[in-house]
Design a protein around this ligand. Structure first.
Ligand SMILES: [Mg+2]
Length: 408
């Protein structure tokens, strides 16, 4: 069996999805996702210029050797652009493998460990009453877990992922007016004074059963993060996400020494080498890597197995930038992984997205039920894809009030 061709498509409804299609001499094709948010053209170019010419003629069944060929074969290793490109190839090869075996991917991993996988939604509010309404709407839809982000009183601009105005719906992160980013102003003191009380009010209103998650989005220094994690301990958060920037792994030790609040980290990691110490020293509770830019199923499966040995559960990244293809790969891993925790899930199921990526994965009452179709179970309609093209976009940058650049 041989790979005969591969094509890359960039575009989609409201997102620049990077979709890889690998064709074979037996008529079976595989699909992968290389979407690197706001840098979408780079993994696409890496695939087209360097990786696809090497893929032609390879046996697609040898997904492990192909992974090693691209990873070990390159002198410069890792990095989100390369790992997103490898991840798309790997996911497409697993898709081919599943179609050849006539089995859904979870069967190739070891079968199902659960009927459905719990997911969490994103509730946001310009202020606390606005956020309460947003949470209530997700609870009414059957969600059992909600990530909560709130506008901070007195903050000069909206902060991470919240709207400027009450009652606004949508993506408050990507700005498609161009590649020059807008600026958000951040004030740690205002955040530290407000957010623990807001989380306590949310717990009072929604009771003990709702799983409440909160994303600090790398804004705190290690000592501040330790104080915050300690202050919110009585609230019983399901997790506190990215309390400090991910590069400083020693920060997690300081947080751990001061609090038992569960910590989730890793959505910007692109290899096992960035989380192996955090996992082996049991400094985190959830690992948040994604199939999209952590080297695909082959590499993420290694991370899951290491995490399982150290009581670290999965909580894969599932921002709107992940296409239904990589989300499907994660649905299969979530169905199998003995140490599954939760899945971030944003409603992708618009008619336009469903037309581009047909599948029968089902999300119902805050749970995902994985498709039994062979492979990862998501197809790609090339005629639909022709309707879309790349649109430049940006995420904001963050500065303090005096102009100092801060962590986004
Ligand atoms: Mg996050």
């Amino acid at each position: 069996m041989k790979i005969t061709d591969a094509k890359v498509f960039v575009g989609g409804p409201g997102k620049n999805y990077v979709t890889l299609k690998i064709m074979t001499d037996q008529g079976i094709y595989g699909l992968g996702d290389a979407t690197l948010n706001n840098r979408e053209t780079l993994p696409a170019a890496y695939l087209q210029d360097y990786l696809i010419p090497n893929l032609i003629g390879m046996d697609p069944r040898n997904s492990e050797d192909i992974w090693q060929f691209f990873y070990r074969g390159a002198y410069f290793r890792k990095g989100p652009i390369a790992m997103a490109a490898f991840g798309a190839i790997d996911t497409a090869l697993w898709d081919i493998k599943g179609k050849l075996a006539n089995m859904p991917l979870y069967q190739l991993f070891g079968g199902k460990s659960r009927d459905g996988a719990i997911v969490y939604a994103h509730a946001t509010g310009a202020d606390l009453p606005d956020l309460m309404e947003s949470i209530a709407s997700y609870v009414a839809q059957g969600y059992k877990a909600v990530r909560v982000q709130c506008g901070i009183p007195g903050m000069p601009t909206a902060s991470y992922a919240v709207p400027d105005k009450k009652g606004t719906e949508g993506d408050f992160i990507t700005d498609f007016s161009g590649i020059i980013p807008k600026t958000e102003i951040w004030d740690t003191d205002r955040y530290m004074r407000f957010m623990p009380g807001a989380l306590a009010d949310i717990r009072d209103r929604f009771g003990p059963d709702l799983k409440v998650l909160h994303d600090v989005h790398h804004r705190l220094l290690p000592r501040e993060a330790a104080a915050f994690a300690k202050a919110v301990e009585p609230i019983g958060l399901y997790w506190l996400e990215d309390p400090t920037p991910a590069e400083d792994q020693a920060a997690l030790r300081l947080i751990r020494q001061h609090s038992t609040t569960p910590i989730a980290i890793g959505e910007v990691f692109n290899s096992i080498w960035e989380c192996n110490k955090l996992i082996q020293e049991e400094l985190i509770d959830f690992i948040r890597v994604a199939v999209t830019y952590a080297g695909g199923i082959t590499h993420v499966k290694r991370i899951i197995d290491l995490a399982g040995m150290h009581n670290v559960r999965t909580g894969f990244h599932g921002a709107p930038s992940h296409s239904p293809i990589s989300m499907a790969a994660q649905h299969h891993l979530n169905a199998w992984a003995p140490n599954f925790g939760i899945q971030e899930y944003l409603v992708l199921g618009t008619p336009a997205c469903d037309a581009l990526f047909p599948s029968d994965h089902v999300m119902r009452d805050g749970m995902v039920y994985v498709s039994d179709a062979p492979g990862h179970g998501v197809d790609f309609d090339e005629r639909e894809a022709a309707r879309y093209e790349y649109k430049p976009g940006s995420h904001p940058v963050v500065r303090l009030e005096d102009g100092t650049l801060w962590n986004y």
